[in-house]
Design a protein around this ligand. Sequence first.
Ligand code: HEC
Ligand code: HEC
Ligand code: HEC
Ligand code: HEC
Ligand code: HEC
Ligand code: HEC
Ligand code: HEC
Ligand code: HEC
Ligand code: HEC
Ligand code: HEC
Length: 276
Amino acid sequence: MPNKCLIFAAALLLHGLAGWAQTGRIGSDRCAVCHVKQSETFSKNPHKKAECESCHGPGLAHVEALNPDQLTLFHGAQPNQVNDACLTCHAKDHRQERRFESAHSRNGIACVSCHRVHSPDIRKTNDALCSSCHRDIRATFERPFGHKLSQGAIHCVDCHDPHGSQPNSPLRLSGGGHDYPCFKCHTDKRGPFPYEHAPIRTQLCSTCHDLHGSANPRMLARNNVSQLCLECHTMTAGVAGGSPPAFHDLRVERYRQCTVCHVKIHGSYAHRDFLR
Ligand code: HEC
Ligand code: HEC
Ligand code: HEC
Ligand code: HEC
Ligand code: HEC
Ligand code: HEC
Ligand code: HEC
Ligand code: HEC
Ligand code: HEC
Ligand code: HEC
């Protein structure tokens, strides 16, 4: 809490000095006289070049009245008001351009829910932040087969962009339709393959995998492979059934291990049925 006496003295001084400021702006140095703590931490903040008033609005009326009501305040403000204040500068940032489509925007999660604007670590990338709201999702990472988030091998933001999402997917996709974030690490799945397995292109990886964690090996969405495949392939001639032309005899255990033969299930350089 600023010392009241000092404040009074400073207010008088500023009152005189501020006459020239037609805009009602007084400059950050003046704010520092009374708001010592905020000004100190702010010098380590990426916004340090920004004036206090670029976010809080002109300060002259505030120092005359010593009343914060004259300022733009953020506590208790509507998320959109806060966001608009940030976006006066950040709207130009292409990384923000999908913001209005994001589930966070639509659900009233403001910039300051995730960014502590006065703190030097304004950019909190840690998973704890995401997990504080998405507890249920965090819990699924503890299932037997999952990405090793707890060990720091992957982070929520490797797959998700907190600022936006694609129309049909919450995934971080940078380029055209299928530039999955997964390819950054799983480069062998990127292709392009001469023989593509259609759903890799037309659907999400999550059609077949539970990426937050799964009870099944390979993070598969079903507990046996054939069940997964047959959800799409019961109608494919030659697959199901016990008599010719269907040579896959599904009564025989061997045939139910689809990926023992169809080893290049994400796409092949050599075989149209992904056998090699
Ligand atoms: C002469 C001293 C003085 C100066 C200069 C001053 N303030 Fe203040 N400010 C105060 C006082 C006193 C309060 C009210 C504190 C309270 O109510 O807890 C306050 C409150 C605020 C608040 C609201 C704090 C809260 O807890 O909600 C903000 C934001 C603020 N000032 C920003 C600024 C900015 C930005 C500047 C420079 C443009 C500035 N102040 C200049 C004295 C000053
Ligand atoms: C980039 C925008 C931005 C700038 C620049 C900025 N502030 Fe803030 N300020 C905020 C936001 C947002 C809050 C609300 C607290 C939060 O959510 O982090 C806040 C809160 C405050 C408060 C209330 C007490 C608190 O810590 O919550 C004071 C006082 C304050 N700011 C003063 C200043 C001063 C002094 C400067 C310049 C040194 C400044 N601000 C620069 C955005 C900004
Ligand atoms: C006056 C213009 C301006 C306003 C208003 C503004 N910013 Fe910034 N912001 C900047 C600049 C300049 C940078 C540093 C350059 C950069 O990283 O893009 C920055 C950087 C950042 C960063 C990135 C820090 C990093 O490590 O890369 C975050 C996060 C951020 N701002 C959040 C906010 C939030 C939240 C608000 C609203 C409360 C806000 N900004 C309002 C100009 C502004
Ligand atoms: C749900 C949490 C969340 C919300 C809401 C959010 N951010 Fe971020 N922001 C992050 C995280 C996490 C990062 C770091 C991303 C990374 O490391 O890949 C980040 C990074 C940034 C950066 C640095 C550049 C970048 O994209 O990596 C800027 C600038 C930024 N945010 C501004 C904003 C603004 C402006 C808003 C409001 C319109 C906002 N953020 C809303 C979580 C959030
Ligand atoms: C302040 C609470 C809060 C924080 C912090 C938060 N979220 Fe969210 N998030 C929500 C809400 C609310 C929704 C919308 C309802 C839902 O889908 O659960 C949402 C939705 C999402 C979605 C679904 C997107 C879609 O298009 O369906 C993803 C993905 C997401 N958040 C990821 C993240 C990540 C990654 C972080 C950390 C950078 C994060 N969230 C931090 C509250 C939060
Ligand atoms: C390996 C990549 C990956 C990581 C890491 C990841 N996610 Fe996801 N997440 C996905 C995929 C893929 C989907 C899409 C599921 C679907 O729609 O089929 C998704 C969906 C979501 C959704 C929306 C749908 C739902 O299930 O409610 C939220 C919210 C979400 N993730 C939050 C998080 C949070 C929080 C973290 C970190 C604790 C995280 N994710 C880490 C890949 C990932
Ligand atoms: C940051 C790097 C990274 C990203 C991004 C990533 N993964 Fe992974 N993934 C790994 C690592 C490392 C392993 C193996 C070690 C482990 O269990 O964590 C793995 C394991 C897997 C496995 C299980 C492999 C097995 O042998 O059991 C599947 C399936 C998988 N990832 C799919 C995906 C999909 C789909 C995405 C995108 C939505 C994705 N991954 C994004 C690093 C990543
Ligand atoms: C049509 C279903 C399907 C889709 C879609 C799919 N996968 Fe898979 N994936 C599988 C199956 C089945 C396995 C297990 C293969 C086995 O048993 O050897 C697997 C295994 C994996 C593995 C671990 C074994 C290996 O080959 O490295 C990774 C990593 C992987 N998938 C990544 C991805 C990525 C990334 C995507 C999205 C681009 C994706 N998957 C989409 C069915 C699919
Ligand atoms: C989400 C639906 C889906 C799933 C799940 C799926 N597939 Fe496919 N698969 C397709 C589609 C669509 C095609 C292309 C069929 C076409 O072009 O006629 C295809 C093509 C194939 C082909 C090439 C044959 C051809 O007609 O071109 C083989 C082999 C195949 N899938 C095996 C599998 C196996 C094995 C699994 C389980 C690991 C599996 N598929 C899971 C949808 C799926
Ligand atoms: C013992 C090895 C083996 C197993 C196990 C196996 N397949 Fe095949 N599959 C093949 C071979 C070989 C072909 C190619 C047949 C041909 O070219 O005439 C094939 C062809 C296919 C085709 C393409 C049919 C067409 O009309 O082009 C599909 C789809 C398919 N398999 C799905 C599956 C599914 C789903 C499973 C698990 C239920 C499975 N396969 C298990 C060996 C196997």
